[in-house]
Design a protein around this ligand. Structure first.
Ligand SMILES: Cc1ncc(COP(=O)(O)O)c(C=O)c1O
Length: 386
């Protein structure tokens, strides 16, 4: 069966006695034991559950489904995407290892790497994800390269296979944040990534009602990540895991529809006189279009960015002119939303660095949802006329 078919049935039969059609939520902090042999069974034979910070059936349903979707052996679910990222980094590089973050990175990732030393590893940030530029920054202590598959907010597409070859040639690992692409469009583990991370708050959950993260990979890497997650308490709660898995069941449907809408909107925005530029890997002029065609399947994702004329004032007038689409500093839901990177996700990135990365004050990031295309376009045009 295809992973999407398995996903639709994930969590089924969790309670064989009751035969529920939908998986129950194991909303419990702790589990009971009839005797000492049962406790020994947990600790010595890996039987059952002890305490929900260590593991919970609802969370394990999500972890199994995520690992399966990403084509990985195992996964750890965490209380946010940032928790998944930091757990993945620490699992490989704690104890003074060197991490390189490369390319256009989410502002939170950038800020985390900038503070790496205070949490037990060292880090360098390399502006480009070009393997030669990354190779030049590697040191004998480099244990991990971190990159985004489709970057936030400039929608660059990074060459995961080339970065994996580089990392492996120097006994390092590659962690890929694939939040914007999702496994529907690309499974970075198949291209050589050792760890794949998702902010499940976004497309995995898909409804802007849950904060969660997952990091997936080979068991030998996920086991230390899980151990850290248990010790640091970054565990995901059962209800959040259940919501996330319910959202994931429509991931393929949503991605197929939302990505097709994003392609049409990107093409339409190119023709708008008040739009200075459009960043979308599905457009032929995009600098990574050829690579995107090679590594993404079924479309180029629901995220795009465009720059309106008039800088910050133009962006503000545009945002005030929207009637249907809301300004929400997140992404990945079934409703179309916009964000303004310079004052939200990338606020902590120094202004010179933002300028170098092309994140101008007029840049609007659009997360395309499931509304009718004509309504989305009408709202965008109305706001542009503002
Ligand atoms: C690409 C990317 N990675 C990671 C994160 C962090 O995820 P979370 O907010 O779930 O911690 C975000 C959040 O916006 C993101 O856009």
């Amino acid at each position: 069966m295809e992973p999407i078919t398995r996903l639709l049935h994930a969590g089924d039969g969790a309670d064989p006695a009751a035969h529920p059609a939908a998986a129950p939520i194991y909303q419990t902090a702790v589990f009971t034991f009839p005797n000492l042999d049962a406790i020994a069974g947990y600790y010595e034979r890996g039987e059952g559950y002890l305490y929900s910070r260590n593991g919970n059936p609802s969370v394990h349903d999500l972890e199994r489904a995520a690992a399966d979707l990403e084509g990985c052996e195992d996964a750890v679910a965490t209380g946010s995407g940032m928790a998944a990222l930091v757990i993945g980094m620490l699992a490989v590089a704690r104890g003074g290892g060197h991490v390189i973050g490369c390319g256009d990175l989410y502002g939170g990732t950038h800020a985390l790497l900038a503070q790496a030393e205070s949490i037990g590893f060292t880090a360098s940030i390399v502006a480009s994800a070009d393997p030669d530029a990354v190779a030049a920054a590697m040191t004998p202590d480099t244990r991990l390269i971190v990159t985004e598959l489709i970057t936030n907010p400039k929608m660059r597409v990074n060459d995961v296979a080339a970065l994996a070859d580089l990392a492996h040639g120097r006994r390092a690992r590659l962690l890929v944040d694939a939040t914007f692409a999702t496994p529907y469009h690309c499974r970075p583990a198949e291209l050589g990534a050792d760890l794949v991370m998702q902010s499940a708050t976004k497309f995995y959950g898909g409804h802007n009602d849950v904060t969660a993260g997952v990091v997936c990979g080979r068991r030998a890497l996920i086991e230390p990540a899980r151990e850290l997650s248990v010790l640091l308490g970054t565990t995901l709660a059962p209800f959040e895991a259940w919501l996330c898995l319910r959202g994931m069941k429509t991931l393929a449907l949503r991605m197929r529809y939302q990505s097709a809408q994003a392609q049409a909107i990107a093409e339409a925005l190119l023709k708008e006189p008040r739009v200075e530029s459009v960043d979308y890997p599905g457009l032929p002029h995009h600098p990574d279009h050829a690579l995107a065609q090679r590594i993404l399947r079924g479309g180029f994702g629901p995220m795009l960015a465009f720059t309106v004329s008039g800088g910050a004032e133009g962006a503000d007038r545009f945002l005030r002119g929207l009637k249907l689409i809301r300004f929400e500093p997140s992404l990945g839901g079934v409703t179309t939303t916009v964000s303004h990177a310079a004052t939200t996700s990338h606020r902590l990135v120094a202004p010179e660095e933002r300028a170098r990365r092309g994140i101008g004050d007029g840049l609007i990031r659009l997360s395309v949802g499931c509304e009718d295309l004509t309504d989305i376009l009408a709202d965008l045009r109305h706001a542009l006329a503002n």
